[in-house]
Design a binder for this molecule. Structure first.
Ligand code: LHQ
Length: 264
């Protein structure tokens, strides 16, 4: 493990968890052990006490995707589909299904699966020096981890297609201007801003946010009619939540709400 005991670090602040990719000398490229540790961290973050997740990374990069060294050193050829089935697809599904906001702080280069893992999070913040690279084509692969799903939806088919087929890097500012990510900060401010947002989310109506997240995910593969029905059902659930009652009561009493994030 390159002298680094733990490829994933977790800062558990009870109401929010920071999960840190931690193989800095390999730009946090993913090994199987790292995947297994990330699953544990995300499972812990799925508990009701945790109301927001911040995914961040150690060192100068965010994540360089799959550790390619593992692939060549173990001999080959390998069934990459098996690796995706075992690790990457469950990871993206976990992030999408987590019933709370997932913030990603992209501190440096995000390449290959590393870029697409970031894009699968709910809110992506980046440092000015960060870059997003669909590095797959450079080595004869295709985007995985949802890249062919998220990218065209975020920035349109023309840009997605060119990025995927050329492997050209996109700066954080360009990614922001194209609507690929939410905000860009000076490198020195990124982490503080990401923490601020995670803490803020940890005090919001978590069930309502989870229902909204689910509705947004549902919209990518359903018609307007289906979506309207889904919104009705989600709103019904939200309307029975203690945080809705608190939100309305606080509004009527002209005071700030105190949300618990608890289920009805
Ligand atoms: C790395 C890596 C890396 C190992 C940097 N592996 N060591 C899914 C399923 C199954 C299999 C295949 O893949 C997938 C999904 C994927 O993610 S495929 C795409 C994999 N990623 C890439 O192709 C990106 C490879 N990396 C790069 O192109 C560059 O490193 C980038 C552009 C990310 C950064 O460049 P630099 O800032 O110039 O840094 P560097 O290249 O010098 O890297 C620093 C170190 O990190 C270096 O190690 P060393 O011991 O020489 O200092 C690199 O070898 C190592 N590293 N990426 N993916």
């Amino acid at each position: 493990m390159d002298g680094h005991e733990q490829p994933i670090l977790v800062n558990n602040h009870q109401s929010w968890h920071e999960i840190i990719l931690n193989r800095p000398e390999k730009l946090n490229a993913f090994t199987d052990d790292m995947h297994r540790a990330l699953v544990k961290a995300l499972d812990a973050a799925a508990g009701e006490d945790c109301r927001a997740v911040l995914l961040s990374a150690s060192g100068r990069g965010f994540c360089a995707g799959q550790d390619l060294n593992m692939r060549v050193s173990e001999g080959g050829p390998h069934d990459l589909g098996a690796t995706i089935e075992e690790f990457y697809n469950p990871l993206i599904r976990r992030l999408q299904r987590l019933q709370k906001p997932v913030i990603c702080a992209v501190n440096g280069v995000a390449a290959g699966a590393g870029a697409n893992i970031a894009l699968s999070c709910d809110i992506v913040l980046a440092a000015k020096s960060a870059r997003f690279i669909q590095a797959f084509a450079r080595i004869g692969l295709i985007p995985d981890s949802g890249g062919t799903f998220f990218l065209p939806r975020l920035i349109g088919d023309a840009r997605a297609r060119a990025l995927i087929m050329t492997g050209e890097a996109v700066s954080a500012q360009q990614a922001h201007d194209w609507g690929m990510i939410w905000k860009v900060y000076d490198d020195k401010d990124l982490h503080d801003e990401a923490v601020k947002l995670a803490k803020w989310f940890a005090e919001q109506p978590t069930q309502g946010l989870a229902l909204a997240k689910e509705a947004l995910n549902y919209s990518s593969s359903h018609s307007l009619d289906e979506q309207l029905d889904f919104e009705r059902d989600q709103q019904r659930k939200a309307g029975f939540s203690p945080d809705y009652r608190e939100g309305v009561t606080a509004f009527m009493e002209k005071r700030l709400p105190s949300f618990t994030g608890r289920k009805a």
